[in-house]
Design a protein around this ligand. Structure first.
Ligand SMILES: [Zn+2]
Length: 130
C-alpha cells in the first residue's frame, strides 16, 4: 500500500486499519473519482468532501492529519489497495486451532484482575466470531 506522501507503516496503525474497514462501507453511488487528477468528491453524512491522496476536507482528516476513510476509498478506487491482506485458509485454520489457548490467556488476565469481565467477554466474542 503505497500512495500519496504517506509512509507505508502508517497504514498498519490500529486506528488506520479501522478506517480501511470503514472505507469499504462507503456506497459506490456516493463516490465520484477523477482518475486523471487522482481526486474524488465523496458524499458523506455532513456534505461532500474533496479528497486527494494526501488530504481531505472531512473533520476526521482535518483533526488527525492522517488518512481518513475517504482517502483510503480514493486509493482503493485508484488500485493502490490491491495488496491488502486477504484471508488465506492455512493461516485461518492455524488461528482457529489456537483460539482456545487465546481464551485461556485472557481468562488469566480476567482472573488476575487485569481486565474487566466486560472486556474479557468482548474478547471471547471477537475470538469466536466468524
Ligand atoms: Zn475524509
Amino acid at each position: 500500500m503505497n500512495f500519496g506522501n504517506w509512509d507505508n507503516s502508517i497504514h498498519e496503525y490500529c486506528e488506520q486499519i479501522k478506517r480501511i474497514a470503514f472505507m469499504q462501507r462507503i456506497k459506490p453511488e456516493n463516490v465520484y473519482v477523477d482518475f486523471e487528477q487522482k481526486t474524488a468528491e465523496i458524499i458523506g453524512s455532513r456534505g461532500t468532501y474533496n479528497t486527494t491522496l494526501n488530504s481531505c476536507t472531512c473533520y476526521d482528516f482535518e483533526t488527525r492529519q492522517l488518512p481518513c476513510k475517504h482517502i483510503y476509498r480514493l486509493a482503493f478506487e485508484l488500485g493502490f489497495l490491491d495488496d491488502l491482506p486477504k484471508i488465506n485458509r492455512k493461516a485461518s485454520k492455524a488461528f482457529k486451532d489456537n483460539i482456545q489457548n487465546e481464551i485461556e490467556r485472557y481468562k488469566e488476565y480476567y482472573l488476575n484482575g487485569a481486565i474487566s469481565i466486560e472486556k474479557f467477554n468482548k474478547i471471547v466474542n471477537a475470538l469466536q466470531s466468524k
